[in-house]
Design a protein around this ligand. Structure first.
Ligand code: SF4
Ligand code: SF4
Length: 128
C-alpha cells in the first residue's frame, strides 16, 4: 500500500496523479500531490514506476496499511529500486536491468485468449 511521498524529493510533476488507477492522489497546483485516499491503493507500484524523482514508497503489503519508518526507508536504498529493476528511464538499455515489467503482457495475452475461447461457442474440434 502507498506509504510515503517524500516532499523534499518531489518535483511536483503530478505523474503519479495521472497514472494511479485508483485515484489515490489529489493533484496540487504547485508542488507535491497529496496521498488523499491511501486505503484505495491496490499496491500496483505504478506510481513508483513513473516517479523519476524516486519520491514515492509503496509498502508491499496489499491488504492492510503497515507502519513505515521514513528514515529507515530513506536509509534502505529501496527508493527507486522498482523503477531501476524494471529498466525504465535512465536504466533503459542497461543489460543489468532488463525490463521485466512488460513481460506482464504475456500474462494479459494469455488471459485475452482464454476469455475469447470461453466466449466463442463454436467447437474447437471438427466432428467428422
Ligand atoms: S511522480 Fe514523483 S515527483 Fe512527480 S508529483 Fe508524484 S511524487 Fe512528485
Ligand atoms: S501503488 Fe498503484 S494504486 Fe497505489 S497509489 Fe501507487 S499507482 Fe495508485
Amino acid at each position: 500500500m502507498i506509504a510515503l511521498l517524500l516532499t523534499d524529493r518531489c518535483t511536483g510533476c503530478q505523474r503519479c496523479v495521472d497514472v494511479c488507477p485508483r485515484h489515490v492522489f489529489d493533484a496540487a497546483a504547485d508542488g507535491p500531490p497529496v496521498i488523499a485516499r491511501p486505503a484505495d491503493c491496490q499496491t500496483c507500484f505504478q506510481c513508483e514506476l513513473y516517479c523519476r524523482a524516486d519520491a514515492l514508497y509503496v509498502e508491499p503489503t496489499v491488504d492492510q496499511a503497515v507502519p513505515v519508518d521514513e528514515a529507515a526507508v530513506r536509509a534502505s536504498g529501496l527508493l527507486g529500486v522498482f523503477r531501476r529493476d524494471s529498466g525504465w528511464d535512465e536504466w533503459a538499455g542497461d543489460p543489468r536491468f532488463a525490463d521485466q515489467h512488460w513481460r506482464m503482457e504475456e500474462v494479459f495475452a494469455r488471459g485475452r485468449a482464454l476469455q475469447a475461447a470461453l466466449l466463442d461457442p463454436s467447437p474447437t474440434t471438427n466432428p467428422s
